[in-house]
Design a binder for this molecule. Structure first.
Ligand SMILES: Nc1nc2c(ncn2[C@@H]2O[C@H](COP(=O)(O)OP(=O)(O)O)[C@@H](O)[C@H]2O)c(=O)[nH]1
Ligand SMILES: [Mg+2]
Length: 206
C-alpha cells in the first residue's frame, strides 16, 4: 500500500499575534498549535513543514517582542498554525514563567482554542518535567497531541533505535503516537503533514 499523499502547502499568511489569553482569536478555521521547549527545533520544523526556505515564516515568531506571543498563521485557508512561545529557559524569573503559563495554559483551555497540539521533544534528551506537564495538561483538556521527536539526524542508528523505543515509554505514549523528525533531512515531514490532514478531516466531518 502506498503512503497517503501529504497535505500540500499552497499558501501561508501571518494573521496576528495574541498577547492575552482572553483576546478574541481569528475565527472560523481550526487551530493547530505547536509547542516545545526553547531550542527544541520548533522554528526549523515549522519552516520545513511549510517549505519556507527563502521567506522563513517562523521568522515572524522570532522577531523581538513576538517570541512571547501566540503567533497565528493561516495555512491553505484551511487551518491556523499557532506558534506558541517556547518554555524551559533555565534561568527565567518566576514572573516570566507565570506570564507564559497564564498565556499558554489559558489559550489551550479555551473552548475555541486548538483542536490539536504538535508537541516537540528533542530525541537526544530525556523528557523535561515541563514536557511531561504539557502532555498531562493536554490529556486533561482532551486535546489530541502529536509528539514529534526532533533532530533525529543527530543520532547514530543504534542510539536512534534506543531513543525511539525509550522516549515513548518514558512519556506513556504508544510508539505510533510519535513521529521522528529532522529539519535537516526532511524526515518526518510527509508523515506529520498527513497526520495534520487526518486531524483536520475529522474536524471537518463534525
Ligand atoms: N541537526 C539538526 N539541527 C537542528 C534541527 N532542528 C533545529 N536544529 C538546530 O537547533 C537550533 C534551534 O533550532 P530552532 O528551530 O531555532 O529552535 P526553537 O527555539 O525551538 O525555535 C538551531 O541551531 C537549529 O539549526 C534538526 O532537525 N537537525
Ligand atoms: Mg523559535
Amino acid at each position: 500500500m502506498s503512503a497517503p499523499a501529504p497535505l500540500k502547502i499552497r499558501s501561508v499568511e501571518f494573521v496576528q499575534s495574541v498577547a492575552d489569553p482572553d483576546a478574541p482569536l481569528p475565527g472560523d478555521l481550526p487551530q493547530i498549535a505547536f509547542a516545545g521547549r526553547s531550542n527544541v527545533g520548533k522554528s526549523s520544523l515549522i519552516n520545513t513543514l511549510l517549505r519556507r526556505t527563502r521567506k522563513k515564516i517562523a521568522h515572524v515568531s522570532g522577531e523581538p517582542g513576538k517570541t512571547r506571543l501566540l503567533n497565528f498563521f493561516r495555512v491553505n485557508d484551511r487551518f491556523f498554525l499557532v506558534d506558541l512561545p517556547g518554555y524551559g529557559f533555565a534561568r527565567v524569573p518566576d514572573e516570566m514563567r507565570d506570564q507564559w503559563a497564564h498565556l499558554v495554559e489559558g489559550y489551550l483551555a479555551r473552548p475555541d482554542g486548538p483542536v490539536a497540539v504538535v508537541q516537540l521533544i528533542d530525541v537526544r534528551r530525556d523528557p523535561m518535567p515541563d514536557d511531561r506537564k504539557m502532555l498531562e495538561y493536554l490529556t486533561s483538556l482532551e486535546i489530541p497531541a502529536l509528539v514529534i521527536l526532533t533532530k533525529v539526524d543527530k543520532l547514530k542508528r543504534s542510539q536512534r533505535a534506543v531513543q525511539l523505543r525509550e522516549l515513548p515509554r518514558a512519556l506513556g505514549l504508544d510508539p505510533e503516537q510519535v513521529i521522528p523528525f529532522s529539519s535537516k533531512t526532511g524526515e518526518g515531514r510527509d508523515v506529520l503533514l498527513a497526520a495534520i490532514d487526518r486531524l483536520l478531516e475529522e474536524k471537518e466531518k463534525e
